[in-house]
Design a protein around this ligand. Structure first.
Ligand code: GTP
Ligand code: MG
Length: 444
């Protein structure tokens, strides 16, 4: 389903990779192309905007990692950002500490709830060895119960049903008792769909939730409906809390926008992907694998990973040797600091986090200035001073403070902290556990 998007992204990135160096203009053009490709794939425009902004910032701020050309670097950044857009790590189901784990499925009519209920039951049985029961709480469509019974059989799960004459909330409560009585590990509750997110649907869901206290509420979303799917998810998120998304019909010819936007818009990750009508066409959703599939550059990405690993190992070995010989200097410290900062401005990372809208965390100030200060102080030292800061005396401290726009106290503090750090490292380097207590007392 990501074919068109894949093709466009690959064309853009292949072009970048063939260049030795990248100008700001190259990056700008690539970002324009990526933005268009995502919009055409029906990704939510706000999501596209934030995505290209982050990627661009990271591209421009990136120090070149040894062995990677700038184009490869961009591929890596786009890959990482695509994965993080879809939720980063794969999450899977959260089990209750005391069984049964109750999973409540919600969603619009025809989104694939009943199918997903059976598929999830089979998945949990096969992957986790769970004994699973299904609760038939859709009493509005005569064939709904029958459908669940048939699918439950195929999934190897018991189906708890009371026909269509009883109140779905009562059926849900009874099914939970039944699951407890029979010692089931998991109870999956199938509910009725509606054409739109309406008050009735929400009210019933809330009452079923109250009656069953589900461990997880999963929203079933039809990927084929594109932007609509995301709008529905957003409306659900406002009305009923849910914990994750089951994205269905990913085998269809939709352009993929829903899968790419839903996490950023609702803050909830896609946990499972359904990719066909057959019961085994269902799997845990892995954002990183999906990103790689979209980019279709598995070979390049693994090369990048290897190069980076070799480079990191090189650096680590170098650092270790320096520590052992007590050669770690402020110069090295500066390089380490740059590495941390290569990850991008901390502030914008926080700002990007979905679900933080209006949250106070979002307004939290990351003290980049503190890092700036440390950097400025070190840069105001001579190479000799960076190697042996303990030799920096009063008049030099004053000059460094002036040069870096800080105070003599701040310079003194950095030198002292560095000295403590070096002592600590030397002890670790000698294989001794450092006496943290003593160090803390000295540092005061
Ligand atoms: N191609 C494809 N079809 C699917 C997938 N999941 C479900 N379907 C089909 O979509 C249709 C609706 O699925 P259901 O599971 O009945 O959907 P529902 O949400 O329970 O529908 P209601 O109970 O009417 O609200 C069925 O024909 C399914 O076979 C999928 O991943 N891929
Ligand atoms: Mg159904």
């Amino acid at each position: 389903m990501f074919d068109a998007l894949s093709e466009k992204l690959q064309a853009t990135l292949t072009d970048l990779r063939s260049r030795g160096t990248l100008t700001g203009e190259d990056v700008d053009r690539a970002m324009r192309e990526i933005r268009l490709a995502l919009l055409e794939a029906d990704v939510n425009f706000k999501v596209v905007k934030a995505f290209t902004k982050t990627v661009k910032e990271r591209c421009l701020g990136a120090d070149v990692v040894g062995g990677l050309n700038p184009g490869q670097q961009v591929v890596k950044i786009v890959d990482e950002e695509l994965a993080s857009l879809m939720g980063g790590e794969a999450a899977g189901i959260a089990f209750a500490s005391r069984p049964p784990t109750v999973v409540l499925l919600a969603g619009l009519q025809g989104s694939g709830k009943t199918t997903a209920a059976a598929k999830l039951a089979r998945h949990l049985r096969e992957e986790h060895g769970s004994s699973v029961a299904l609760a038939a709480c859709d009493v509005y469509r005569p064939a709904a119960v029958e459908q669940l019974v048939t699918m439950g059989e195929r999934a190897g799960a018991d189906v708890y049903e009371r026909g269509t004459d009883e109140d779905p909330v009562k059926i849900a409560a009874w099914a939970l008792d039944e699951a407890k009585r029979q010692g089931k590990d998991v109870l999956i509750v199938d509910t009725a769909g509606r054409l739109h997110v309406d008050a009735d649907l929400m009210d019933e869901l809330v009452r079923i939730r109250k009656a069953t206290r589900p461990t997880q509420v999963l929203l079933v979303v039809d990927a084929m409906t594109g932007q609509d799917a995301v709008n529905v998810a957003e409306q659900f998120a406002q009305a009923v809390q849910f914990d994750g998304v089951v994205m269905t019909k990913l085998d269809g010819d939709a352009r993929g926008g829903a899968a790419l936007s839903v996490k950023a818009v609702t803050g909830k990750p896609i946990l499972f992907a359904s990719t066909g009508e057959r019961i085994e066409q269902f799997e845990r959703f892995h954002p990183d694998r999906m990103a790689q599939r979209i980019l279709g550059m598995g070979d390049v990405l693994s090369l990048i990973e290897k190069t980076q690993k070799a480079y990191d190992e090189d650096e680590a070995r170098d650092l270790e040797r320096k520590l052992r010989r007590n050669e770690f200097t402020l110069e090295d410290f500066l390089a380490q600091l740059a590495q941390v900062r290569r990850m991008g401005p901390l502030q914008s990372l926080l700002g990007m986090m979905p679900g933080l809208a209006g949250h106070q965390l979002k307004n939290m100030k990351v003290d980049e200035r503190e890092l700036d200060r440390v950097e400025a102080i070190i840069r105001s030292m001579t190479p000799d001073e960076r190697r042996r800061p303990e030799l920096i005396k009063g008049s030099r401290r004053l000059r460094i403070a002036r040069g870096s726009g800080t105070s003599v106290q701040q310079v003194g503090q950095l030198i002292k902290q560095f000295d403590q750090m070096r002592k600590l490292m030397r002890q670790i380097g000698r294989g001794k556990m450092p006496d943290i207590g003593a160090l803390m007392r000295q540092a005061r």
